[in-house]
Design a protein around this ligand. Structure first.
Ligand code: CO8
Length: 257
C-alpha cells in the first residue's frame, strides 16, 4: 500500500508512502487516498486528521509526471476531476485536517496541502506549483485554492513563474500556519491540534463551513450563511453546555452533540 492510515493518539495519521518517487501522486495513490479519507471519516473518536509524506525529503512531489504522458483528452479531463474530487473529500471531511509538510510540496502535493484545514511545515519544506515548467497548469485545485489562501497577486506570481517558496517565506505569506523550525513536526502537529480538538466537533465544522464556503459567496450571502450556521451551533447541546459552564465557572464537558 502506498498510503498508510493509522491512529495517532486521538487523531488519525495518513502517510503518503512512496518515498522512492518523493510520494508522487499516481492515480492508484489518489484512489488509495480517497479510501483512506473515507475510513478516517468513519474512525470512532478521531478529533482531526494529519497528512504527511514518508521519508525526510518530500511531503509530495506532485502528480506522477510519468503517468501523465500520452493520455487522451477525455482521460486527462477525468483525471483532473478525479484528483479534484479526492481533494474535495479532504476539504469536506467531518473533522479538521492538518498537513504536516516535511519537505517538497510541489504541484499536486501543494494542492493536497491546500485542501487541508491547516498546514504546518518543517524548516526544509519547499512549496511550488511548477506546472508551467512542464507546459501545464495546476489541475487539482491549485489555481482556485492558492489565491484564496495567499491572495491573487502572490498566487499569480507562484503559478506563472513556477518558482519555489521556502519555509520562512511560506510562513510570512500565510501559506502555512506554522513553521516548526526546531523539534519534531509530528509532536508540533499534536500540540497544534490540541488547541482545538477539545471543542465540539459539529461546532468546529460549522465554523469551518462558514469561513470556507463563505469565501465563495458575496458579503450578503456570506452573512446569511453565517446566520444559519451560527443558529445551528446555538441549537447544539454543546452550546448549552458551554454557556452553562461559563455561568457556573467550570470547565465545559462537550459531547459532540
Ligand atoms: N512524478 C513522478 N516521479 C517523480 C516526481 C513526480 N512528480 N517527482 C520526483 N519523482 C521521482 C524522480 O523521477 C526520481 O525517480 P528516479 O530515481 O526513478 O529517477 C525520484 O522521484 C527522486 O527525484 P529526483 O531525483 O528528481 O530528486 P531531486 O532531489 O533531485 O529533486 C525535485 C527533487 C526538485 C522535487 C524533483 O524531483 C522535481 O522537480 N520533481 C517534479 C516536481 C513537479 O514538477 N511536480 C509537479 C507535477 S505536475 C502536477 O502535480 C499537476 C499536473 C496537472 C494535473 C492534471 C490532472 C491529470
Amino acid at each position: 500500500m502506498s498510503v498508510r492510515l493509522e491512529r495517532m493518539e486521538e487523531f488519525a495519521l495518513l502517510t503518503l508512502n512512496r518515498p522512492e518517487a518523493l510520494n508522487a501522486l499516481s492515480f492508484a495513490i489518489l484512489a488509495e487516498i480517497r479510501e483512506a479519507l473515507d475510513e478516517a471519516a468513519r474512525m470512532e473518536g478521531t478529533r482531526a486528521l494529519f497528512i504527511t509524506g514518508a521519508g525526510d525529503k518530500a511531503f509530495c512531489a506532485g502528480a506522477d509526471i510519468k503517468e501523465l504522458r500520452n493520455r487522451s483528452l477525455v482521460d486527462q479531463r477525468r483525471g483532473a476531476e478525479f484528483g479534484q474530487a479526492v481533494f474535495a473529500r479532504l476539504d469536506r471531511l467531518p473533522v479538521p485536517s492538518v498537513a504536516l509538510v516535511n519537505g517538497y510540496a510541489f504541484g499536486g502535493g501543494l494542492e493536497l496541502a491546500l485542501a487541508a484545514t491547516f498546514r504546518l511545515c518543517s524548516a526544509n519544506a519547499v512549496f511550488g506549483l511548477p506546472e508551467v515548467k512542464l507546459g501545464l497548469i495546476p489541475g487539482y485545485g491549485g489555481t482556485q485554492r492558492l489565491p484564496r489562501v495567499i491572495g491573487e497577486a502572490r498566487a499569480l506570481d507562484m503559478i506563472l513563474t513556477g518558482r519555489s517558496v521556502k519555509a520562512e517565506e511560506a510562513e510570512r505569506i500565510g501559506l502555512v500556519h506554522r513553521l516548526v523550525g526546531e523539534g519534531d513536526l509530528r509532536e508540533a502537529g499534536l500540540e497544534f491540534a490540541r488547541r482545538f480538538s477539545g471543542y465540539s466537533l459539529p461546532v468546529l465544522e460549522f465554523a469551518r463551513r462558514a469561513v470556507q464556503r463563505g469565501s465563495d459567496l458575496n458579503l450578503h450571502e456570506g452573512l446569511q450563511l453565517e446566520a444559519e450556521l451560527s443558529t445551528l451551533a446555538y441549537r447544539t447541546r454543546d452550546a448549552e453546555e458551554g454557556m452553562a459552564a461559563f455561568e457556573e465557572k467550570r470547565k465545559p464537558e462537550f459531547t459532540d452533540g
